[in-house]
Write a protein that binds this ligand. Structure first.
Ligand code: ZN
Length: 242
């Protein structure tokens, strides 16, 4: 069976649709969403509706939490605050109710899933380096923890009691002697210098996980963002993936 994990759509409908098409091409039979369906982009409602329809598990991200009033936007930078103002204005009652059903964490097979970090999912802390990753390995029992949040895809592996290290490639065959923290990247706002959407495929037969990149027409998203007057910084960053 082939399974898809995706995260951080951020109201970017063009990116989400391109990924949904790719999920079909890749013949993925199950889909799991790791959080932040809204925030930053122009199409929160459509994105909530598509994720609702397509993903069997939906995790709550910090932007989703802000949209339903669980997190104060005082914790956000100015651009995130402005986009949350827009998001709150346009989100329908029905979609707010959907966001209210999103979970903080989930597990499936050998995978633990959280939006931010396993140590304390609702603190919304980031795992930016190997030291932070090392600490977080203590806080889940499964072999693999999948995360989003930083929008920077990376595979971190840990051999028994050795210190963890970054994998050399964007794929890895899961090895029983190792544990993993994998950041699956962002569908709607990648920040690793590559503007293409990012998500993770797991093939249960070959035991291989790999980070897949998908091109989409960000110019269309940018045009929509300008129309609804989202901050210029947010408009520009999706073209460069930063
Ligand atoms: Zn995010």
């Amino acid at each position: 069976m082939r399974i898809g994990f995706f995260s951080d759509v951020h109201s970017n409908l063009e990116a989400l649709e391109a990924c949904l098409d790719d999920f079909k091409r890749e013949k993925l039979s199950r889909l799991f969403f790791l959080g932040d369906v809204v925030g930053y982009g122009p199409d929160p409602n459509r994105c909530v509706e598509l994720v609702e329809k397509r993903s069997e598990i939906k995790l709550l991200g910090n932007h989703d939490a802000a949209a339903i009033g669980l997190l104060s936007i005082d914790f956000f930078n100015q651009y995130a605050q402005q986009s949350m103002g827009y998001t709150s204005q346009v989100l329908t009652e029905k979609n707010l109710k959907r966001l209210n059903m999103y979970q903080m964490e989930a597990s499936y097979d050998r995978f633990k899933m959280v939006h931010a970090c396993p140590k304390n999912p609702s603190s919304w802390g980031y795992i930016f380096d190997l030291e932070e990753a090392e600490e977080n390995f203590k806080y889940f029992e499964q072999q693999v923890c999948l995360i989003g949040h930083s929008h920077r895809p990376v595979i971190i592996k840990k051999y028994r009691t050795n210190r963890c290290e970054e994998a050399a490639h964007d794929f890895v065959k899961l090895d029983d002697d190792y544990r993993y923290i994998i950041n699956i990247g962002s569908v709607g706002q990648p920040r690793d210098g590559d503007p293409r959407s990012s998500y993770l495929i797991y093939d249960s037969e070959s035991q291989i996980v790999h980070i897949k990149r998908v091109e989409y027409e960000f110019e269309i998203t940018q045009e929509k963002m300008r129309k609804v007057e989202l901050p210029r910084f947010l408009v520009e960053r999706i073209a460069v993936g930063k």
